[in-house]
Design a protein around this ligand. Structure first.
Ligand SMILES: Nc1ncnc2c1ncn2[C@@H]1O[C@H](COP(=O)(O)OP(=O)(O)OP(=O)(O)O)[C@@H](O)[C@H]1O
Length: 876
């Protein structure tokens, strides 16, 4: 027996036997999941609703005739010669008797509403009504209403059905007739309040002329109740109740779009009849102001109803209608696309003129003796007084420049956006388009109640549905409260450098270092002051427009600055990108003393240059300190007004802009040696007019380190390959969705702006450089302070035959000035502190100066040039 059992249990079921079952199981699941099944179920449910409604209504008139027939139960379906009067025959008579007589009486109509709700939800495949809430209403309603009807209407008809009668009997036995009546009145009222939340309002005593904010807030609260009631079953789940406030606050989006107007509106009645109230629960993007329109009701009492817009009465009506239609969203094609006007700032085609000078100085100013301070202002441009600024004709206009609206494209995109959002149950109220050079910004006002975070979360799906590269969703647009969707234009417009340089904003600004970067989406020229930035970090994958961007910056500055006012230090490890600028070496470039190449390509030299720049920064800080100035602007002003003595080492300080084209290469080869001086310069150099522009195509965290990032508040990202890269540069995603070719995001002043970078082609840059290069120049490039590798010099004891090459110069300087000061050597010879200190030690050993006296200058032991010469001759 045991064996037999074992055998039976261990016998594996054959595959053939299993398969059919499995197949069947899968098929049933599929059938249940199939949307057609739910549609069919929905239709059946609606049919049941209709059937029950007709049967129940018919029951009122036929119950007496039919009750005998159906009293015998299910046999009515099989018995012969059964005659019923119910409109729906035997089944109608049986069902209505079952629900009304044997069930819950008139309350049975609630079953009809439940099947209706269920049917609609199944048929449309989404949660049109809240099923759970309706089920709660059904159960509570069946109990409460059946008892109430049974108790108050008696038993001559199935008012409360058998269930109602049974419960009434129990209650009467328990608490008597009076107790039951009292209890049922309370329960019934509670049910009505729970179900419909009616508003109880005392009649107004007199017409209000002026509402105080508190009164307004109360009115709002009341109306909100009416509103809740109106929308209770539709669209919104209880969790979305917060949104109901927004929905009620009809004005919310108008508040947002009309921010400026509304911000000025104070609570109270306005001339146009609108009343502004403070909305206690307005959503956070709104200003907290909403609008309520004054309306006369039939009864003549004043009532507040939600108003959408305030611009003018016609608009109000239209939007109020829109608001009423919220339950029925507009079709995409029905919604109008508002095309926003773009700003065009184009100046006349003329040459950019030199900044006006306060005083024109003629030749004799040069003859002013250095020992007496002149009364005429110093003009730093005098050395190259015939210098001509580059002409605009050297640049070209690329393409048509005019931004073309393609109505078909705009319409198609608009419809697709609306459709796509609708698929995700996001309804919108208004849509506007701003056509930019490369992308069009569709600005949408979501319907009240739609949470903006939902749109943001659906970014990828929406981009996929719109099937366009480079979709960026800005939800919400800061300060506007609308949601922006940027869609690339099929036909892109190139922004020419020439147009930007010809714009009024570029020609007439008082920026120290104006740079024309590009155009915003609304076509506004983006022109900023590099001196205010004060440094710029640029990143972008290869081929996305970085080099063009750097050229744009350099060309802007070349068009606006005189060689005496600005010097560039160009670092180009790739050797080819910036080589065009070598022809302006003696006008605009700065380099290390004795250095051949004007453009720095070698990493070791970059380290030297950066350290020399740091030394220059220290020297400039000393000068500023002596002149009691806080920054280069104040210092230069004082110098120009001849309040600073050039004999004491003061001089006009040009701005210095350091440009590094490929930062990653440098960091890879020199690491900290590069990072440290860059960080130090970035932290301190701004006040002394030294600004850095650093570009890299590898925006990874080991290149753009925390130290670097912290000191570069202004950052530009061209298209990058990943969201991580975008975060590394901008601290947010978005740059991976750009479309290349100069499409960029700039994070500046805490704002993220999408720009189309101005385009300047290499031949144009070449022409500009040649134009400058052909003109009279300084004898040599601007000399940076000498830099000697501290490590090389350290540990070497002073040996007279091995003295510093600058020993003699330093000795002469000290003797001539009769002042043994290290900072004098530093400033006048443009040396770093360490080297100047070492020179001073050597001078002490040679007997030129006395020992260190702490904060005081050392005594100078050699009194005349002749004495010094003798000493030097002795030293050999
Ligand atoms: N602002 C712009 N407008 C139109 N086209 C542009 C713009 N910027 C760049 N382009 C196009 O993209 C190409 C590549 O640009 P660019 O040489 O500046 O890239 P890059 O990022 O510097 O590349 P790499 O790192 O390899 O040097 C240009 O030749 C030009 O055709």
């Amino acid at each position: 027996m045991a064996n037999r059992l074992k055998k039976k249990n261990s016998k594996a079921p054959s595959a053939e036997k299993l398969n059919p079952d499995k197949e069947q199981e899968v098929t049933i699941k599929e059938v249940v999941k199939d949307e057609r099944t739910s549609k069919i179920a929905g239709a059946v449910s609606l049919l049941i609703c209709a059937f029950l409604t007709i049967a129940f209504l018919s029951y009122f008139f036929t119950w007496q005739q039919d009750q005998d027939e159906v009293a015998a139960g299910l046999s009515v379906f099989v018995r012969d010669n059964v005659h019923v009067d119910n409109l729906l025959g035997v089944l109608g008579a049986y069902a209505s008797d079952l629900f009304m007589n044997d069930g819950f009486g008139i309350a049975s109509f609630l079953f009809c509403t439940f099947f209706f709700v269920l049917g609609v939800n199944l048929l449309f495949g989404k949660k049109v009504f809240n099923l759970a809430r309706n089920l709660r209403y059904l159960i509570a309603g069946l109990i409460v209403l059946s008892v109430v009807f049974s108790f108050f209407f008696g038993r001559n008809f199935a008012w409360g059905g058998a269930a109602g009668d049974l419960m009434v009997d129990g209650l009467v036995r328990l608490i008597g007739n009076v107790g039951t009546a009292a209890l049922l009145i309370v329960v019934f009222l509670a049910y009505i309040i729970w179900r419909f939340n009616p508003s109880f309002k005392l009649p107004e005593r007199k017409l209000k002329q002026q509402l105080t904010p508190t009164e307004n807030a109360t009115s709002f609260q009341d109306d909100k109740n009416i509103f809740n009631e109106e929308y209770d079953d539709i669209y919104y789940t209880p969790e979305e109740s917060v949104s109901i406030n927004e929905k009620y606050a009809t004005g919310a989006n108008d508040v947002l779009t009309n921010n400026n107007k509304l911000k000025n509106d104070k609570p109270g009645v306005h001339e146009d009849g609108n009343i502004v109230v403070i909305m206690p629960e307005a959503n956070e993007e709104s200003t907290g102001l909403g609008l309520i329109e004054k309306n006369e009701t039939n009864s003549g009492t004043e009532m507040e109803t939600p108003l959408i817009h305030i611009e003018n009465s016609g608009e109000n009506e239209r939007l109020a209608k829109d608001n009423q239609k919220q339950k029925k969203p507009l079709q995409p094609t029905e919604m109008e696309l508002e095309i926003k006007e773009v700003i065009e700032d184009e100046g006349e085609d003329e040459q950019i003129v030199e900044e006006p000078k306060e005083i024109q100085i003629d030749d004799h100013a040069l003859e002013i003796r250095s020992d007496e301070l002149a009364t005429v202002n110093y003009d730093p441009t005098l050395d190259l007084r015939n210098y001509n600024y580059p002409e605009l004709s050297l640049l070209e206009t690329h393409g048509s420049e005019k931004i073309v609206h393609d109505p078909a494209e705009l319409e198609a995109n608009k419809n697709q956006i609306i459709d796509t959002l609708k698929n995700y149950d996001i309804l919108i109220q208004r849509i506007a388009a701003t056509v930019g050079p490369t992308v069009t910004l569709y600005e949408i006002v979501p319907a009240p109640g739609v949470r903006i975070s939902r749109i943001k979360n659906l970014e990828d799906d929406i981009a996929l549905s719109l099937a366009a590269l480079g979709i960026r969703i800005i939800a919400p647009i800061p300060g506007r409260g609308t949601v922006g969707i940027e869609v690339p234009n099929l036909k892109k417009t190139i922004v020419s450098m020439k147009t930007l340089l010809n714009s009024e904003k570029f020609k007439n600004n008082n920026y120290s270092l104006p740079i024309a970067l590009g155009k915003k989406i609304d076509n506004e020229n983006f022109i900023v002051d590099l001196a205010a930035m004060p440094h710029l970090l640029m990143a972008g994958a290869t081929g996305q427009g970085k080099s063009v961007g750097i050229n744009t910056l350099l060309v802007s500055l070349l068009y606006k600055k005189h060689p005496s006012q600005l010097k560039f230090i160009l670092v180009d490890p790739k050797k080819v990108e910036l080589s065009l600028y070598r022809v302006i070496e003696r006008h605009f470039l700065a380099k290390l003393p004795g250095e051949e190449e004007p453009i720095i390509t070698d990493t070791k030299k970059v380290v030297h240059t950066l350290n020399a720049l740091a030394t220059l920064m220290d020297i400039r800080y000393d000068l500023l300190k002596e002149a009691s100035c806080r920054n280069i602007k104040e210092y230069n002003e004082k110098f120009v007004n001849r309040k600073l003595n050039p004999k004491k080492g003061h001089e006009f300080l040009p701005f210095i802009v350091l440009v590094i084209d490929e930062f990653a290469d440098l960091i890879m080869t020199a690491g900290k040696e590069i990072e440290m001086p860059i960080a130090r310069l970035a932290q301190l150099a701004r006040a002394v007019g030294i600004h850095l522009i650093i570009a890299t195509q590898r925006p990874s965290v080991n290149i753009i380190t925390g130290t670097i990032k912290a000191n570069f508040p202004a950052r530009i990202a061209f298209k990058v390959s990943s969201k991580i890269d975008s975060r590394t540069i901008l601290d947010t995603g978005g740059a991976e969705q750009l479309i290349g070719k100069g499409d960029m995001l700039i994070s500046y002043n805490g704002e993220l702006t999408r720009l189309q970078c101005a385009f300047v082609d290499t031949p144009e840059v070449e022409k500009v450089c040649e134009f400058i290069g052909e003109q009279q120049a300084y004898p040599q490039a601007f000399q940076l302070p000498e830099y000697t590798d501290e490590k090389e010099m350290d540990g070497k004891d002073f040996d007279l035959s091995d003295r510093d090459p600058l020993f003699e110069d330093a000795a002469r300087l000290i003797v001539q000035n009769q002042m043994g000061s290290t900072s004098l050597i530093q400033r006048r010879m443009k040396l770093g502190y360490n080297r100047a200190g070492r020179l001073m030690d050597q001078l002490e050993q040679a007997g030129v100066v006395g020992p260190n006296l702490g904060s005081k200058a050392r005594d100078v032991l050699v009194k005349t040039d002749g004495e010094l010469q003798e000493l030097l001759d002795l030293m050999g």
